[in-house]
Design a protein around this ligand. Sequence first.
Ligand code: BJ8
Length: 424
Amino acid sequence: MSKDYIQMWESLGLNLEAHDGLLEVLGKQYREVFLKQQNRPEGMGYFDFVMREVHGLRVKELLDAQAHGRKVIGTFCVYAPEELILAANAICVGLCAGAEIAPELADEYLPRNTCALIRSFFGFKLAGVCPYTNACDLVVGETTCDGKKKAYEIFAELKDLYVMEIPQRKGAADRVLWRAEIVRFKERVEQLTGVEITADRLRAAITTVNDRRRALQRLTRLRYQYPTVISGRDALLINQIAFYDDPARFTGSVNALCDELEQRGKDGVEVASGNPVKLMIAGCPMAVPNWKLPVVVEEAGAVIVAEESCVGERNTRDLVVEEGGTVADLVDRLTDRYMSINCAVFTPNEGRLDHIVETARAAKVDGIIHYALQFCGPYTIEARNVQKRLDAEGLPLLRLETDYGAEDTGQLKTRVEAFVEQLS
Ligand code: BJ8
């Protein structure tokens, strides 16, 4: 941390000792995973800065905004329509957590056979080490998987929580339900902020979020075109930061990085020489600081060029149509865009299988790794359908299940190295 933020963390009720310990571990891990890479693009400097200040300056920005009357709303899922939050002059932050924190405290609330992501957000809250959760005026949950759905009932004891009902199919009746949920959420956000969401405000918010998606889409295309101008772990980091940073500032920084990557592509400047195996990761989202698998993959000599994930293309590939004269029109546009997200909680979920194949072809990958968190029913079970489809398409697949611990790193390495070897 570049400044003394101790007072701020104290005011947020953090456990300073545990928080210091976390920052130390994260700082060390960050240096190993990111800063030691050779030939990194200079534009990554901005994202290094954001990460250095992720519990400092960014949190201060949120508190300063609150002091000026703005609200901060935390979300756990890409189904929460950020546009409505921005349109009400509030700030949206993603709260999903990617590290095993205080498992003994999480044990008091959740069974051990709960996915690591859910146990993690409990651990962060219970250990008092997440300034974002504590700073939020409201947290938004959603009825996606059973684990989250039931865990939110308990999390509501710890934090003011609002839950959106997510349909499980994509038929006409489901769209009606989802549209009504968007309207209900809009009203809740208006009530919290005291700001009426007008068509102009909503259109402007849609453009802001679309601009961020466009910048990330540009990064995606550049990785397809020049697979080695940036490492997969750096691209993942950028997608992770998208959930925390100010959207307009973030968009500008991604576009500046993309200008540099374009030039690197033309000049042949690479982070990995030779002709490395190109892989895509498909499956569960990887929230900060979950970098375990990308490191294993890239240390095995492969390069990750695409992610079919909510921290990746599942969250960025579709824009909201920006046309619409009324709030009702724009709510329709939001409904359609969010219904197109292919989370594994939907059944049937052919759209996700199509998207994996399309992405693999567009990125010209040599193989795909299906990544599922242990005890995540939707993704571990859907892995079989992914396998069937990719077998039929002649695309090689490695199926992995893991958690946030380091115990299985050796085993992951062995399996990933064998897969890379087979594709070389
Ligand atoms: S839209 S992927 S962000 S729900 S890993 S908690 S599914 S048991 S995270 Fe997700 Fe929204 Fe879907 Fe995306 Fe449950 Fe699985 Fe855990 Fe998960």
